[in-house]
Design a protein around this ligand. Sequence first.
Ligand SMILES: Cc1cc2nc3c(=O)[nH]c(=O)nc-3n(C[C@H](O)[C@H](O)[C@H](O)COP(=O)(O)O)c2cc1C
Length: 387
Amino acid sequence: MTRPVLRTKLCDMLGIEYPVLLAGMGPVAGGMGGVATAELAAAVSNAGGLGVLGGAGWGAERLRDEIRKVRSLTNKPFGVDLLLPSNYMGGAAAGELPADPRELIPAAMKDGLRKIAHDVGIEYLEMPREQVAALPRPPRGGMSDAQMEVVIEEKVPVFASGLGNPAPWVERLHANGTVVLSLVGNVKNARRVADGGADVVVAQGHEAGGHTGRIGTLALVPQVIDAVSPKPVIAAGGIGDGRGLAAVLAMGAVGAWVGTAFLVAKEANQPLLQQQRIIQATEEDTRVTKLYSGKTMRNITNPLIEAWDASGLAALPMGLQTLAIQDIMYSARQAGRDDLLMNAAGQVSGMLREVRPAAEILHGIVAEASEIVGRRLPGEVTAVPGA
Ligand SMILES: Cc1cc2nc3c(=O)[nH]c(=O)nc-3n(C[C@H](O)[C@H](O)[C@H](O)COP(=O)(O)O)c2cc1C
C-alpha cells in the first residue's frame, strides 16, 4: 500500500511529512519524569510527524541530554516544550529554597491533606528529608531561565511554550532559526503570544489532557484563527483519530498537537498501570483539578482528586502546590496506591483501546484523515460550492 499524503503549509514550515505534532508532555504519573522523552519524540519524528520533548520537569542537564539523545535517534526535525509560568511559587521572589522546602507550606494545608489521606484510607507519612532534598530544586522564580539557555545553546529546530509567553526569548530563538510555538486556551492569550513573536499559535481546548482552559476546541480554534491571522494556528485538545484531525483542518488549522493518544504509545515513558487506566477509561472518567500542580489540569479521576475537591481546600500557586502534596504522594506510593498518583489524560481516553507503537498511532490518524479529506465526508454530506 502506498503511503498516504496529507500536507499543509505547516509541513513546509517545519520540514515534516505530516501535520501532526506529538504534544510536549512533561509530568509523568507521580514523578518528575517526562512522558515525551527522546524515545517517543524520535519515534514520532521518524514516522513523519514532529516529536516534541516534554522538558517541563527536567533540570537543565537532563534537558540537554534528552536533546542530544533525540539527535542520536533521528535526523528529522524535533521540538522542545517547556512551561514558562508567570506565577511560580506565588511570585518572582528570588532566592533559594529552605533546606526542607516543605517549611513553605501553610499548616492549614498540611492538616487538610492529612485528613484527606485518612478519608481515602492511606496512612499519612512524611517523605524522608533526604528524598525531599533529592527533588529538583528550582530557584523560587522557576527553572525556566536555565532550561531556556539550553534550548538556545542546543539550537533546537522547534520550541513550544506550554504556559506563559515566550516573548523574552523570541529574538534569540529566531536568530538560531528556531520556529516558536505557543500554547493558549483563549483568544486574549493568543493575541498576547502572537504579538510577542510566536510564529505559530497552538489553540488548546478544554477537552485536552494536562493543564487546560475553559473553552472547548470546536469553539476555540476558529476564534483563535480569526484573532491571530495571518499567523498559522495548530489545534489541540480532543484529537484522538483521523476524524478529529480532518475536523480541525476543515476549521482552518494547519495541524494537530496530539497528547493523550500518544500516552498509550509503546515508547511513552508512562507506567503500565496508568496506560491501562487510560485504556479502560470512558469519556466521562477525566476530571479537571488543581490538586497536582496548582493549575487546572485534566486527569483520569481517582478517589484522591474527589476527596480534594470535596475538601474545599484552595490550591497553592504552581510549584508550591507540587511541594505541598509530596508527602501525600509519598504516602500513596508507600501504600501501593499508584492509582492515586497524577495521571493527566484527556477526554479522548474513552476512544483509546490498546498500547501501540507511536508510528502506528500516527499513521492511523493520518490515513483516516487523508481518506476523509481526500475522498469522502463521514456523514455523506452533499456539498457543491455555489458560483
Ligand atoms: C500527561 C500529560 C502531560 C502534559 N504535559 C504538558 C507539558 O509539560 N507542557 C505542555 O505544554 N503541555 C502539556 N500537556 C498538554 C499537551 O501539550 C496537549 O496540549 C494536550 O495533551 C492536547 O490534548 P489531548 O490530550 O486531548 O491530545 C500534557 C498533557 C498530558 C496528557
